[in-house]
Write a protein that binds this ligand. Structure first.
Ligand code: COA
Length: 259
């Protein structure tokens, strides 16, 4: 499939989506969100892909929802656009494979919310993150009010969302919003190395762990423990479990096959 607002590449087991409207700082227009939905479907149905990386071209990861496309929206249109973004970001979050956000620059508004829906965030030291919607007379509408407090705690999320001020990559690291900050020229190599590492892990166990972590955040402790218990026991139905444990006992590297 060909796309106009994104670049999609696959190299071995790693797929990469580059948001590609650099002159508009990769603002998430309705067309771009539509392409994101299609490409996530494409990744979902490709069993060879083990890791997805999302990044932006130019100086931004994404400066958020396209303000020009929203300025005259009615409440019903705003509701529709919010629901559409939620659906796409939820699809991303629910992929069976790990998703890494390579935050190369501004990740603001919907751009920050997109990064929040990824599993791991690596930022360039030049990146700035934030939810500036309040300055436009609105609130985050693609999950920021919901995912940000789960990630950085209520106090920090309140500060970020209510002030609308951008925070630096280093501040984001301190807040637990990003996993790692690296020099700009090391971002790609760092992300590739991490992606290769994740792609080498047993995919069924990766999928189960991701699923239990995500679902566990949405339920009470007892239900979470039940989920983990079921998924843990299911691992023992895989060849990769036997291989992983035998390889350890035989002091060799495991050869995982995803079975
Ligand atoms: N929606 C639509 N267009 C956007 C955009 C957005 N969210 N963010 C940036 N752009 C466009 C600008 O309008 C400008 O277009 P133009 O060249 O046709 O005028 C272009 O991208 C470059 O942006 P500019 O503001 O000139 O770059 P800058 O380096 O001076 O500032 C930012 C960068 C990120 C600080 C600034 O663009 C900004 O505040 N963007 C909006 C962030 C935001 O509020 N996001 C939440 C939206 S709900």
């Amino acid at each position: 499939m060909s796309y106009k607002n994104i670049i999609f590449r696959k190299e071995g087991k790693i797929a990469k989506i580059t948001l590609n409207r650099p002159d508009k700082l990769n603002a998430l227009s309705p067309e771009l969100i539509g392409e994101l939905e299609k490409v996530i479907e494409e990744v979902k149905s490709d069993r060879d892909v083990r890791v997805l990386v999302i990044t932006g071209s130019g100086k931004a990861f994404s400066a958020g929802a396209d303000v020009g496309a929203m300025v005259e929206a009615t409440p019903l249109q705003a509701k529709e656009s919010s629901l559409r973004g939620h659906r796409v970001f939820r699809m991303l979050e629910e992929l069976d494979i790990p998703v890494i956000a390579a935050i190369n620059g501004y990740a603001l508004g919907g751009g920050c919310e997109l990064a929040l829906a990824c599993d791991i965030r690596i930022a360039s030291e030049k990146a700035w993150l934030g939810q500036p919607e309040i300055n436009l007379g609105i609130i985050p509408g693609w999950g920021g009010c919901i995912r940000l407090p789960r990630m950085v705690g209520v106090a920090k999320a309140m500060e970020i969302i209510l002030t609308g001020e951008r925070i630096s990559a280093q501040e984001a690291l301190q807040a637990g919003l990003v996993n790692k900050v690296v020099p700009e020229d090391k971002l790609e190599a760092t992300v590739n190395e991490l992606a290769e590492k994740l792609a080498s892990k047993p995919p069924i166990a990766v999928k189960l762990a991701k699923n239990v972590i995500r679902k566990g955040l949405e339920c009470d402790l007892e239900a979470g423990i039940g989920l983990e218990n079921s998924a843990f026991s299911l691992c023992f139905a895989t060849k990769d479990q036997k291989e992983g444990m035998k390889a350890f006992l035989e002091k060799r590297q495991p050869q995982f096959k995803g079975e």
